[in-house]
Design a protein around this ligand. Structure first.
Ligand SMILES: [Zn+2]
Length: 243
């Protein structure tokens, strides 16, 4: 299947802390000429949801979100592929359960998952090494949301960190939009060339973020990384590592 180059796989809707509905994001993606759009609302985390706990969220928001995901999975748009995922906070204190306690039967119905703060001890995220455990539960592609290589380096040599990412077959998100800083520079190009890449703008408030990917595309083109770009149709579920 053709890679969706003009993609943005990181967008929030009114199901979590985004301002717009899924339909508004899709409309904007079409207007902005994207050919791949991912909805990636927050899975339960105390950072975002203050009125409910994990079990309350799983009993109310999650079934509604999965229903919308199923409806969108059944739709076809002429020049746009739409995927539905969720963004999981890898700080398990904020979620209220460990990896093994997540509702995998539900999560595995989605098209992909974003994990944020992996390898970022400063944000309470799970260690990068724990990516090797994902294959026991997860049957859908995984993308590391707005990763921060400077934080990875605080606990692991950077080459070891990238080796884990590569072995586990998870993708690295390159941030477009205004919310997340551009943490990658030309010196990182050789490392990025060894892992699958995606683009994500982390759309929350500004609808213009949906299509704000041109800076990332230029970075990919300038560093010969375009063919590293993947999408949830091409990226498989996580592997166990050391393979
Ligand atoms: Zn996000």
């Amino acid at each position: 299947m053709r890679i969706r180059l003009r993609q943005n796989l990181h967008n929030h809707t009114v199901f979590s802390d985004g301002r717009h509905t899924p339909a508004q994001l899709i409309e904007e993606a079409i207007r902005a000429g994207l050919n791949g759009l991912g909805l990636s609302d927050h899975f339960f985390t105390r950072k975002v949801f203050h009125q409910v706990d994990l079990s309350g969220w799983c009993a109310t928001v999650l079934p509604q979100y999965l229903r919308v995901a199923r409806e969108l999975q059944a739709l076809e748009f002429e020049n746009l592929r739409v995927w539905c995922g969720l963004e999981i906070d890898s700080c398990f204190d904020r979620i209220g359960t460990d990896l093994s306690g997540l509702p995998w039967n539900d999560l595995n119905q989605l098209d992909y998952l974003l994990f944020e703060y992996v390898g970022e001890a400063g944000h309470g995220g799970m260690p990068l090494e724990r990516l090797t455990d994902l294959h026991q539960h997860c049957r859908v592609p995984v993308i590391l949301a707005h990763p921060d290589p400077a934080q990875w380096e605080e606990t692991l040599p950077i080459d070891r960190a990238f080796a884990i990412v590569r072995e586990c077959g998870v993708a690295v998100e390159l941030p477009g939009g205004i919310r997340n800083p551009r943490r990658w520079d030309p010196r990182d190009a050789a490392r990025l060339a060894c892992v699958p890449l995606t683009i994500g703008c982390d759309t929350h408030e500004s609808i213009a973020d949906v299509g704000a990917i041109d800076g990332v595309l230029r970075f990919l083109e300038n560093h010969d990384l375009v063919d590293r770009l993947t999408d949830p149709d091409r990226l498989g579920p996580p592997r166990g590592g050391n393979e």
